[in-house]
Write a protein that binds this ligand. Sequence first.
Ligand code: X5A
Ligand code: ZN
Length: 658
Amino acid sequence: MDDLSNQVRDQVPSSSLSLSAQRRRVGLVYDERMCKHSTPNHESHPENPNRIRAIWNKLLSSGITHKCVVFNAKDAEDKYIAAVHTSNHINLIKTISSKRTASQRNRVAAKYNSIYFNEGSSESAYLAAGSVLEAAAKVAKGELNSAFAIVRPPGHHAEESEPMGFCLYNNVAIATRFLLDQKELGINKILIVDWDVHHGNGTQNMFWKDSQVLFFSVHRHDNGSFYPMGDDGSHFMMGEGPGLGYNINVPWENGQCGDADYLAVWDHILIPVATEFSPDIIMISAGFDAAIGDPLGGCCITPNGYSRMLKKLMEFSNGKVIMALEGGYNLKSLANSVHACVEVLLEDKPIAESIEVYPFESTWRVIKAVREELGVYWPVLAEKLPEKLTSKITPLLQIYSSQSDEEYDDGPNVLSDDDVTIPLSKLKLSEDANDKVAAPSSQAWRSELSKIDIWYASFGSNMSESRFRCYIEGGQAEGMQKPCTGAVDKSQPKGVLWKTVPHRLFFGQEGTATWGPGGVAFLNPESNDQEKTFMCLYRITLEQFNDVLLQENVCVDMSSFFDLDVLERLESEKNVSLEALKDGWYHNLLYLGKDNDIPIVTMTCTHANVEEFKSGKVPIRAPAKEYEDTLVRGLLQGKQLSEDEARAYIQEAATKPL
Ligand code: X5A
Ligand code: ZN
């Protein structure tokens, strides 16, 4: 690994710091070989190799790797894996690369929940587990003060005998078991903090009856409707036998939780219990999919929030903390969050104070419920929280939770769209408290843009009026898996109009969260007289259109949006790609002329994306049945085509080469 040649490798950092001020020894494991695990046909997937590359690039470019002890991964030994997984499971993961063809692998993967395999999967899985184990061993032996293992595939969903939820081996569980089993290390009590936005079902089960391991997981639960679904993540799941009371779940009722919510859980559940438990070492299942801007999580922890959560944990076990990457799918947010954590591990920079923000009402409800259940086993929790504390709340923000036509990994977006109070910490994406805020701090643009009308031209599922109305009024139409929040201005479109345009309609992408496997509709931004695409136009305000754009795209940085300048540029340039929405698939605005002197605008992919479709880098793919039905319904409602004609129209768009 060339990029490591300048790193400090397994040696005391040569620094000019005096002995007493000697920097803490922080290990970092990264190994490019963990990028080998990827989708078999390069289908896009949130859990992809760029995740760890983005982290590593950020750490390299910031210079922080030079302050750390960097080491490569090595394979976990089967005997350590076997302490938490069955031999069948080990066999499966071991042989998945070598002993099967691609189609056999796909068939095996299909038996599991949210799993893909390719020829690199075995190697990556062994390295991920081995990295966490090695990092843990070095910290336990005192060679390092703490460590961060930048690994993939993640681990916490992996069960004893089943890969699941992008996880193959349960890396943290393997390392935890190892530490306890190596008696000479003298480790008898381990706290696992799982702050990934998803419940760590695998880890919970593996230590269910174990009182040496206190498993703590805070995650979205949404009444059992958030992945991994069901009751396993409820706070009534407290362990069994000797392990009773040593399993603590904090299940969020909703998304949008941020720094204030997590820190309240720290202050009123985790920290008091950890004080009582007094762990010998702490493992963190460090997923960053509760981070601001994450497409799967819908929460909004900032890098500063992670810093403060981590700092509080470093007060235990003499700061012996091993962090292992789990989820985290917004590359920018992921990299910034990890960087902030490594800074905290190094303890060479004070953590920025942040303005006071209160938790949600639902957060206090959850905290109270957890304290009530667990108070039986942890007397520190039994005490009732003072009313003057729990009455301090932030109203739920207006945040769009979009899982619409966009690609699988472009899910809910954190938007910054509250009219009066925007708690700053819920909006910050960058690491420093003083850095720019990820949203226009005032909502002044709304009143200006509410005076301008545009035609929003839809060619996909929004042709179905009931479907589109969800973007304005909020709600869930047939076939949609999640409700939309709607626009701030919920007034009806002022008109509906159908037109055809000389642009090519096509379908691409591997799948979407809403519609399942199958392509979604795009309009080639290049015009072509041979083509004819049906468009349903809605007359709405530019303010409303911004809210539609935000529900349709992932937005992590609302520093630019569709304002009058953009409208002017659009009329002259025809295409404007909105930088703030570039993580979404529909961030290219396309100008299609005027009707009644009102500009007609649609959103689609960019020319560059079209090239990726043409080259096969991103697959052309027919729409899923549900999605096709919605399009056909739209065309029928609009009286544009008969059902047969509509099906043929979609069929042609789905099959004709670009
Ligand atoms: C590790 C992790 C998420 C699985 C979501 C499946 N897994 N829909 O974040
Ligand atoms: Zn996760």
